[in-house]
Design a protein. Structure first.
Ligand code: ADP
Ligand code: G6P
Length: 468
């Protein structure tokens, strides 16, 4: 039976995320297809949802299109429709021009607009309703990320029988920044509707609990908080990860090994540096490209022997700050290649494209040094993917201190991405390190990523949620 009276199949475990695992694409001839949605959230959740018999509620990436539930790649997908206006106000506006910059240390200026907030509330309600009709009696609903912070409390009201988890994939800001938000109370109450609120790092959970105490006047004891009705919830850290073994197997497949050799041959360089990011201003691309530019100009990196490959996935292309970033990066790359390149040998290979997973694995295998330097990042899965693909124990990782992953990947060459000279030194050191040192570090990194994979993350979170 289905209380909500819809035809949606009901599941014991429902994941709710702004994005479905796949997004709608339209080919040049007008035919519709599917491709994997961008970003770390989808990378992390796909293997879990393939293994569990759950349902995934989310938006399919195209405006003004109503779709029926469908099955794709072993997952039951329940699409939620957004109008073009909602895409602008809820997704591009409130989610990606307010919450995203505010939660990432305000590295770009967050905008506060009341119409965006109204759209955010309305769309959160739609997701909550979709989850309420998808979840079985006494089932579990696991709400994901900053686009859906009001869903936990809405769902709690609609379906008191459910167990509700929430996980924030991005940083939770220090209270000084969070308090700028005109709707701070509603957001705190929204999140605290969950039985278990998960964050990437312990500091984020502490920030959240402190805000519940100081802003809402709630009691908290260690990780526990008490709502005004006397009910209790918890907030704690669950650092997210990847399907480590699957990545390693992919990287060791004959096709990927061959493709990696081909990439090396095409690049014809002694040393290959690699960057892989969504084209996002939190990723520190301006600083990173500038650092490489200076190293090539000064000759500390020899443009005849060294290449830097930067893959920059198209992202949120209608949001102003992202347009500006793209223009800046393309200007910088063009200038550096113009100054330091030779015929057929640009020192920076810049690819503004999305690639299939096996091509990513081949790139990780082909690189000598992976450079991951976000200004702020909830976790950063690219760093873990690189490590998973290096079963030969070689390859160096340069990693920002301000990525959540820095807490776990201690043996990387860690850098402050705002310090361009320091970053240049680390890039050179990682590139020149001897085999022995590289192996020692990579072995330790691999141990961490092997023992803390995505199954470990999901099992720990769901077990803790179950125990509440
Ligand atoms: P974010 O979630 O902010 O995008 P993460 O590093 O956590 O950052 O996750 C990025 C994910 O997107 C990784 O799984 C990575 O492999 C994938 N990815 C990044 N760039 C590309 C690309 N050009 N093509 C395909 N996948 C990509
Ligand atoms: C990050 C966020 C995800 C988001 C992804 C891609 O990983 O944490 O919630 O889905 O970026 O961004 P997009 O706006 O394209 O969904």
């Amino acid at each position: 039976s289905n209380e909500a009276g819809t035809d949606t199949p009901r599941a014991a475990l429902v994941v709710v995320a702004n994005r479905l695992a796949v997004e709608r694409t339209t080919a040049a001839d007008g035919s519709a297809g599917w491709q994997t949605s961008p970003g770390g959230l989808v990378t992390a959740l796909v293997p879990i949802m393939q293994a569990k018999d759950g349902a995934w509620v989310g938006w399919h990436g195209a405006p003004d299109e109503e779709l029926e539930p469908f099955h794709h790649d072993g997952i039951d997908m329940i699409p939620v429709a957004l109008s073009a206006g909602e895409v602008e106000e809820y997704y591009e506006g409130m989610s990606n021009a307010t919450f995203w910059p505010l939660y990432h240390d305000s590295v770009a200026f967050p905008e506060f607009h009341r119409e965006w907030w109204d759209a955010y509330v309305a769309v959160n309600r739609r997701f909550a309703e979709a989850a309420a009709s998808a979840a079985d009696d006494n089932g579990t609903v696991w709400v994901q990320d900053y686009q859906l912070q009001l869903v936990p409390s809405m769902l709690r009201e609609m379906r008191p029988d459910l167990r509700i988890g929430f996980f924030l994939h991005i940083p939770f800001p220090p209270s000084e920044l969070f308090q700028q938000l005109p709707w701070r109370r509603a957001v705190l109450e929204g999140l605290a509707g969950a039985d278990l609120v998960g964050f990437q790092v312990p500091g984020a959970a502490t920030n959240f609990l402190n805000l519940l105490r100081r802003r809402l006047g709630w009691d908290t004891h260690r990780q526990e908080f008490v709502r005004p009705d006397g009910s209790r919830g918890r907030a704690a850290a669950y650092p997210i990860s990847i399907a480590t073994q699957a990545f390693e197997d992919l990287a060791n497949s004959p096709e990927v090994v061959e493709r990696a050799a081909q990439i090396r041959e095409d690049l014809a360089a002694e040393t290959v540096f690699l960057g892989v990011d969504r084209l996002d201003y939190t990723k520190g691309l301006r600083q990173r490209v500038r650092a490489f530019g200076e190293l090539f100009t000064s000759g500390e990196l020899d443009p005849e022997k060294v290449v830097f490959v930067q893959v920059a996935t198209p992202s949120r292309e209608r949001v102003e700050e992202y347009k500006r970033l793209r223009d800046d990066i393309e200007l910088l790359v063009g200038r550096i290649n113009g100054d330091s390149g030779q015929l057929g040998r640009p020192p920076i290979h810049y690819l503004h494209q999305s690639f299939p997973r096996d091509e990513m694995a081949a790139l990780y295998r082909a690189a000598d040094v992976m450079v991951v330097t976000p200004l702020r990042d909830g976790m950063n899965l690219v760093a873990k993917e690189y490590v998973a693909c290096r079963s030969d124990n070689d390859g160096a990782l340069v990693l920002s201190e301000f990525a959540g992953a820095a807490r776990e990947l201690k043996q990387a060459w860690q850098v402050n991405p705002y310090d361009i000279d320091g970053m240049k030194e680390a890039i050179l050191a990682a590139g020149r390190a001897g085999k022995q040192e590289t192996r020692r570090r990579m072995r330790a990194l691999r141990k961490q990523v092997a023992t803390h994979d995505i199954d470990h993350w999901a099992e720990t979170f769901l077990a803790d949620l179950d125990a509440i």
